[in-house]
Design a protein around this ligand. Sequence first.
Ligand SMILES: [Cu+2]
Length: 468
Amino acid sequence: MSNRRSFLQRALGLGASLVATPALLGGQPTSHSTHTTGGSNAAFNTPVITTDVGDMPFTMDGNTKVFHLVAQVVRQQIAPDKTLDLWGFNGSSPGPTFQVIEGDHVRIVFENQLPEPCSIHWHGFEDRIGFDGMPGISQEPTRPGETFVYEFDIHQTGTYFYHSHMAMQEMAGMLGAFIMHPHVPYQPHCDKDFALHFQEYAVLPNNTVPNTMEMSEYNWLLINGKAGPMATPLIIRQGDRVRLRLINLGMDHHPIHVHGHTFHTTGTEGGRIPQTAWWPGNTVLVGVAQARDVEFVANNPGDWMLHCHLPHHMMNQMHSDVGGTPVSNGPLTQRMTNSAMRAMMNGMMAGKPPQSAEQMRNMMSMDMSSGAVQEQDRNVAPNAADVANFPQDAYMEGPMMNMEHTREVKDLPENYGLRSGWSSNMQGMMAFLRVLPPEMYDTILGRMRDAKRPNEPYASLLAERRQA
Ligand SMILES: [Cu+2]
């Protein structure tokens, strides 16, 4: 993906990816806030961080910010054992986040590399009809290989979106965030500002393509294109005032819950709410096509969870145990463990692949060490077989396999120092909100910096700390 993006940048002469710095986002950075009360009165817009996604680079043509948006097929790993074929933008799904300032003149050169027509809608923009992206209504769709140029004078502020206005394309992943920072920064100042997309996919067994015909049964629930335990944690310094921009462009509504803190809802997809009308909560319903901005002072240290509270949205590869029994990762009874192991061994000894490639991958990633089996045993009461509703028919119920040994989880600097075994309980629409004491915060930032990742979503944070 990153190769593709840098190739595009070279091919189009865009040069290196531009990192949004405070100077580009209006105002000048003052000294970093004291972190005692959270929310200094610093007068600059904190760049938004979109974990696992990153920003859309731009170049300047006079006073115009020029973006090159490419619709294309994207192969994306969403969990340690799952990769999907999605449609997205510039190498990722959701597409990279646009960040502009009220008063900006913006040009977006849209190129369609998909095998069918596409048209981009700028959700919430009070724009001219000819740029609204309604195929056959406001304009012709952009056909395969064609380019269309959108131009906007930004006069709004808040959390907006872009997405394909072909509904099935949107359901295959064609969506992204468009942040309009205010010319006069909001008060109180937020030290961290994150954008989080909530998406759901229905992927049939042994398939890599979301079934966009599905209307209600989803088995992969994602934050910023990743399912737990692969969603990158939000890294927060204890005392920071934090803004979360919760975005939903899917088929389901998501009640998003934050642990350990009380937030205020300070904005919607229509922009900022006057402070006198903010309302407190720890869960906010983000309906389809809505955004909810919430803010809080992260004064409670810990590795807190942020997740959708719909129970079925807290699981991976959720599906009913009807028909052939897949490899169970749930709270196995000893009997089930033995029969599953026996079936696998018999299959192997007969010299035939035990199951499909995907089931095999799942099996390989399962922690089969004797310690893990004992751990499973400890999780099941001796009388379990006599208890009504046990085991439940959803085979991914309960703690699943530990994925800490997988490269994707182990090597992520943002996961450093998490409690051992955490990944067994982090599934679906879940991510960590790590409120870190200063020393640990600096340690993790150091590790993130050392990782030198291309298209680093945290680039603005790492750059800011380098200046400080
Ligand atoms: Cu949900």
